[in-house]
Design a protein around this ligand. Structure first.
Ligand code: DON
Length: 580
């Protein structure tokens, strides 16, 4: 009898082991875009890796590395290439953030070349005839914050590039792409269609993207002659030329004609700001990310710190406990984002406190294990949310071990919808990232308070989260980031949870379906098919209000592996990874 029992026990143990490992490792993955295989989004490189959301841009980056250029050199070339190839999401009329890891000196610098509010801005500038008009922060001249992309690239070249590849050679391939044109891909065609009305409204935008009133369709050629001319001028005269003379005049004229308040004085203040990144730890790893005026790093770290108090690895990714704990942690961190974070040159922030493990433990203790805390009990504000799919992230590692993670944007699809007449630059609508009035939601449903109100020269709060992760030996093990507005933070978070807690391979960690909560609105947004019906019922019973969402994410991940590096471009998009 005891032999039988032993056998039964052994069988039970074996089956429960198989079952639990299967449960833990089997993530629910998305279908790759455009009929591609999942594997086509991944590459292995012995020495170096470039991962971008566009295959042409990846090729341009890898060509720079092959010429002996560094990760920073490749990053400049890729940034210009993406500005041509993804005009719906990034470009010379926008800005961004870049993390640069200098392997020799074991140092990371965080560069801020994000747009700022024109000097004539006022806190009440979106109130017309006594009525707040949020559209003014999203479309047309008033929506445009002062672009710093070109100054950012120039500064990065001057202070961080290897100088093995000349500035003009880094821009050369992008000039060709703008001049010769390229075939419109489905995501771009979709963005043009979605924004056809506003593009149609401004003739320089219409001429390029909606010629004769017909939005460019998949397979048609997008040629950007004026942008090619502008890029040539920047390549020949250096970055400063962009902010003086004819290009500056084009930008100012177009913005002012469309009701904007930008003047030449604004263009004197475009130099990027280097900063110390924010850093924290998660289960023995060191996380390094973007400091304010991005909320990305702090919010990500606050969520991770809270989650350190729960055994989510043991529970598995689709255990109702895990999802509940992750969502409740997201809510609390996003509330702090809205309450405390903004441009550090304008406000004081309790960064140390927000990042402390004790504070996280307190927040973890406030989570009811059985019940969702209604967001209104955490704060009385209300809003609703909508979605835009824009912005661009790329990740690069070179053979010396240097790395770049950069997220760049013009905010919504085609930013303000305004293209500068004569120079082909799509102008951002970054003013919408301010809290235009406390409690009033922006295009992402985000609300904010005093910390993020408009002021002259102030930088709107961002969610962009370019991130590095180092292991306990100090080796760089992950480089990543994504577009997606506030969903950037949770996409980076979940990619890290899948990699660190659930031991997923890089391709699975990126392809895994995602969920998101940003405190307000009080809804748990999820990608179709991530939760089983049973799990949906369990979460609903706990008080979570579930809502399916589209996916604006494009995670670009580089992970260190035994072979060298594994690069993964998010299969939700059309990008690629190429290794060396
Ligand atoms: O800085 C931010 O947080 C936003 N302007 C980013 C916009 C974005 O990611 C749009 N993509 N979905």
């Amino acid at each position: 009898m005891s032999r039988n029992r032993n056998r039964r026990n052994a069988l039970f143990l074996f089956l429960s082991f198989v079952f639990s490992t299967a449960c833990q490792s089997k993530l629910h993955l998305v279908e790759p875009s455009q009929g591609r295989t999942l594997e086509s989004y991944q590459a292995v490189g012995k020495k170096a890796m470039v991962v971008t959301p566009n295959r042409e841009a990846t090729k341009i980056g890898i060509a720079v590395l092959k010429k002996g250029g560094s990760a920073v050199d490749a990053a400049i070339a890729v940034s210009f290439a993406l500005s041509v190839l993804r005009p719906q999401s990034t470009g010379l009329g926008g800005g961004g953030f870049m993390l640069i890891y200098d392997h020799k000196n074991k140092k990371t610098v965080a560069l801020n070349f994000r747009e700022f509010a024109p000097l004539k801005s006022k806190a009440n500038m979106f109130i017309k005839k006594g009525v707040l008009d949020p559209k003014l922060a999203q479309e047309g001249g008033l929506a445009v914050a002062v672009p710093r992309f070109v100054a950012g690239m120039g500064d990065i070249y001057d202070f961080y590039a290897s100088k093995k590849v000349p500035w003009s050679d880094l821009i050369g391939p992008s000039i060709d792409l703008a001049e010769r044109g390229f075939s419109v891909y489905p995501h771009l065609a979709h963005a043009i269609e979605e924004k056809r009305d506003v593009l149609n409204h401004f003739s320089p935008s219409k001429n390029i993207f909606v010629p004769n009133g017909n939005p460019l369709k998949e397979g048609e050629m997008l040629i950007q002659k004026d942008l090619a001319k502008t890029l040539k001028a920047v390549a020949q005269k250096g970055w400063a030329g962009f902010y003086q003379g004819p290009i500056a005049a084009d930008i100012l004229r177009s913005v002012q004609r469309a009701g904007g308040i930008m003047t030449i004085d604004d263009l004197w203040h475009v130099e990027p700001i280097p900063a110390e990144p924010v850093a924290s730890t998660y289960r023995g790893y060191k996380i390094v990310s973007m400091p304010p005026p991005s909320s990305g790093g702090i919010t990500l770290m606050e969520i991770l710190n809270i989650l350190e108090n729960f055994p989510i690895a043991r529970q598995g990714p689709y255990n109702p406990k895990t999802v509940h704990e992750v969502v409740e942690a997201m809510k609390r961190a996003f509330l702090d984002r809205a309450k405390y974070l903004g441009d550090p040159r304008f406000i004081k922030m309790p960064v140390k406190g927000l990042l402390s493990k004790e504070y996280a433990e307190e927040l973890a203790g406030s989570i009811d294990p059985q019940k969702a805390t209604p967001s209104k009990n955490l704060s009385p504000l209300e809003s609703n949310s909508s979605l835009h799919e824009s912005t661009t992230h790329f990740s690069i590692v070179d053979e010396e071990g240097n790395a770049v993670a950069s997220t760049q944007t013009i905010n919504g699809y085609f930013g303000s919808g305004l293209v500068a007449q004569g120079s082909g630059i799509v102008l951002n609508n970054e003013m919408d990232d301010f809290s235009i009035e406390p409690g009033v939601p922006n295009a992402y449903g985000l609300i904010g308070g005093e910390a993020n109100v408009v002021a002259p020269g102030k930088i709107p709060l961002s969610s962009m989260t370019p991130t590095f992760v180092f292991d306990s030996k100090g080796d760089l093990v992950f480089v990543l980031g994504s577009p997606g507005g506030p969903k950037i933070i949770t996409a980076v978070l979940e990619t890290l949870l899948h990699s660190i807690d659930f031991k997923a391979k890089p391709l699975e960690a990126v392809a895994a379906k995602r969920y998101h909560h940003q405190w307000i609105p009080d809804v748990l947004q999820y990608e179709e098919g991530i939760f089983s019906q049973k799990l949906e019922r369990q979460l609903t019973a706990m008080g979570h209000s579930l809502q399916e969402t589209k996916a604006p994410w494009l995670i670009m991940l580089i992970a260190r592996s035994k072979e060298g590096f594994i690069g993964v471009s998010d299969p939700r998009g059309v990008g690629s990874a190429i290794g060396e």
